[in-house]
Design a protein around this ligand. Structure first.
Ligand SMILES: Cc1cc2nc3c(=O)[nH]c(=O)nc-3n(C[C@H](O)[C@H](O)[C@H](O)COP(=O)(O)OP(=O)(O)OC[C@H]3O[C@@H](n4cnc5c(N)ncnc54)[C@H](O)[C@@H]3O)c2cc1C
Length: 393
């Protein structure tokens, strides 16, 4: 019988890890605190590094690129004036665009049938000795495992139990994000089109997809994040995007935010840790290194991290500590880079002031300038190559 691994979290990182552990002869058990697998999601971009890991995991063929070739990208103002602009699809080697649900569905479809999944289950205590880990669950039961993988997201319970309180690791970015799937395309936009309404320190993004309803993201800067959670989300959104009249598009989005059953309303935070493992407990994905949505690399990092973990454990079958050390050594440089980009790319999604809006405009339009253009494009291609570099290669 293979060694037993507990994987906490049925998200992208948890499923990627379970697939690869199983392939390398482990017996993974997944516990998920929700009563069922979540079926809602928002846009995600999947760059080359993530696609390479997805390929190795065998799930890439089921991850559809929903970016339509002929889709338009518009920049709006509140009066409804719009102009064509460029976005991710115009980058060299553009990322795949899809919903988080698309990746989760693909991974779930490829989970081997004998991987046990327990819903409505969460760990409450983790005790380890050199030979194994005893985990107590919220139903009071205790079980022993050879390895525990915390893939339970930004506010990880495994991290809290095995490494310490959230405050030691979470780094807030003084922003708020709201995201949800629209009821259908907004007036004047085709279902695949993208649109943005950028104002200093607040922004609305509409992400269109082929074959799925569009999703939106509202994001804004705040000096007092705690105050944002003291009132209902849509009340805060209306205040943040007021007091000026909303105009048609923003007004419709805010109305739908009020009606949707699945509004994500949160603050982006990075997770920074000196070590991602302690003995036989390891963190993978947002729980270990959340790079934030601004980096656009959370999915790719989760897939890569999960996939590489299995590879390293199979390379060092009798030495879990060495496997985890080498796994971390190989991943760290890329994750550090993605975290830096999480800060830099915030400007792309949510420029703070007129100066940042100008820098963004130069970045978007500058590629067409006679002398500066080729220099800017070369720099942009160099930056993006990091997102496509296969960490496990
Ligand atoms: C609006 C938005 C846009 C984004 N866009 C992109 C993008 O373009 N590109 C990109 O790569 N990334 C993007 N991301 C980030 C990406 O979605 C995440 O990095 C990724 O989904 C993290 O996956 P994960 O499996 O590590 O964690 P999660 O998705 O958080 O999954 C954790 C799982 O663990 C479960 N869980 C939590 N606590 C417990 C517990 N105590 N016990 C048991 N189970 C538990 C949760 O219910 C969940 O199922 C975006 C994020 C947001 C919010």
């Amino acid at each position: 019988m293979g060694k037993r691994a507990l994987v906490v979290g049925l998200g992208i990182s948890g499923m990627a890890t379970a697939i690869t552990l199983h392939r390398h002869g482990w017996q993974p058990v997944i516990v998920e605190k929700a009563p069922d697998r979540r079926k809602t999601g928002y846009f995600v971009l999947v760059y080359g590094a993530g696609r390479a890991a997805a390929g190795r995991l065998g799930i890439l063929e089921d991850m559809p690129n929903r970016a339509a070739e002929l889709a338009d990208v518009f920049s709006y103002d509140r009066l409804g004036n719009r102009s064509r602009t460029t976005s991710f699809d115009d980058l060299p080697n553009p990322p795949y665009r899809m919903l988080r649900t698309d990746v989760e569905e693909a991974a779930f479809a490829h989970l081997p049938a004998d991987v046990e999944i327990r819903y409505s289950t969460s760990p409450t205590r983790i005790d380890q000795d050199p030979d194994g880990v005893d985990v107590e669950f919220d139903d009071g039961s205790t079980e022993r495992f050879d390895l525990v993988v915390g893939a339970d997201g930004l506010r990880s319970t495994v991290r809290r139990l095995a490494f310490g309180p959230d405050e030691d690791y979470l780094h807030p970015m003084s922003h708020v994000i709201a995201a949800f799937q629209l009821e259908g395309p907004l007036p004047g936009l085709a279902t695949e089109d993208m649109a943005m309404l950028l104002e200093p320190a607040r922004a609305l993004w509409v992400f269109g997809f082929e074959g799925r309803k569009p999703t939106v993201m509202l994001t804004y800067r705040t000096d007092d994040v705690d105050a944002e959670f003291a009132e209902p989300p849509v009340t805060r959104l209306r205040k943040a995007f007021g007091p000026e009249p909303t105009g048609k598009m923003l007004g419709e989005v805010l109305d739908q935010a009020q009606r949707t059953p699945s509004l994500l309303f949160d603050q982006p935070e990075q997770v920074k840790m000196d070590r991602w493992s302690s003995g036989r407990v390891v963190l993978v994905g947002d729980s270990a290194w959340c790079v934030t949505l601004y980096a656009g690399m959370g999915v790719s990092a989760g897939l890569t991290g999960g996939d590489l973990l299995g590879t390293m454990l199979s390379k060092h079958p009798g030495d879990i500590r060495r496997a985890l050390t080498e796994w971390e050594h190989q991943l760290r440089p890329a994750i550090g880079h993605y975290q830096q980009r999480g800060h830099a790319m915030r400007l792309w999604f949510n420029p703070h002031d007129r100066r940042e809006m100008l820098v963004r405009k130069l970045f978007v339009d500058g590629g067409r300038l006679p002398v500066l253009g080729p220099v800017l494009n070369r720099q942009r291609a160099r930056n993006l190559a990091e997102f496509d570099r296969d960490v496990a290669a």
